[in-house]
Design a protein. Structure first.
Length: 212
């Protein structure tokens, strides 16, 4: 089986992809989330959910099972949460997602069980840790629809690249072109790194016209 566009994005870190998006005049950087553990990375097509606060706190809602039933293999779950003060995700959800083959989660909202998540292998990117459960506090209002996180629209099948530096979103219809640009940028970066390792100085890089 041949490689896919998503496979290509696994070669790049978020900085390279951000630079490529800049060249295509696309703002895809999500600044409101960060990794639960700096060694965790997630790359894949987005599967989106939108949460809202429950109308009546304390009564049963469709959370968490309406979310857990959307754990799709080879996808990054992207959630527009109900605020950083309420957890949308935790240790057991991470275990279930890993078992289902999910590539990672990006949640613009709270998450908990940080120690378990950091000791596990499932990549979690969220707005803030909090012990407060989402049980009977939030409800899942939409699945598989475009959402907005930190001013960036995320649609189903967009490409997500998330690592220690941050999270970037590549629109699905621009993914192939952005991947080609990112490959060219990566080649340039590797060339600059090699020159520096071989003793190049600032004036050498400037003379050669390198951007970095």
């Amino acid at each position: 089986m041949g490689s896919t566009v998503t496979d290509t994005f696994e070669m790049f870190d978020s900085s390279i992809v951000s630079d490529a998006l800049d060249r295509h005049e696309i703002d895809g950087v999500v600044n409101s989330v960060s990794p639960a553990h700096p060694d965790q990375t997630a790359v894949g097509r987005a599967h989106t959910l939108r949460f809202e606060l429950a109308e009546t706190t304390g009564e049963d809602t469709n959370f968490p099972y309406a979310m857990l039933n959307e754990l799709l293999a080879d996808r990054v779950l992207v959630i527009d949460g109900a605020g950083p003060e309420i957890s949308c995700w935790g240790g057991n959800a991470s275990r279930l997602a890993a078992n289902a083959g999910v590539n990672g989660i990006v949640v613009d909202g709270g998450f908990r069980d940080v120690g378990e998540i950091r000791n596990g292998s499932f990549p979690v990117f969220g707005a803030a840790p909090t012990p407060r459960t989402g049980q009977r506090r939030v409800t899942i209002e939409a699945v598989g629809e475009p959402i907005e996180i930190d001013g960036v629209t995320v649609a189903p099948e967009d490409v997500i690249v998330a690592d220690a530096t941050g999270v970037v979103v590549v629109p699905a219809d621009e993914a192939a072109a952005v991947a080609d640009t990112a490959e060219a940028i990566l080649e340039e970066e590797l060339l600059v790194e090699a020159k520096i390792e071989n003793g190049a100085l600032v004036e050498d890089l400037q003379r050669d016209g390198h951007d970095f």
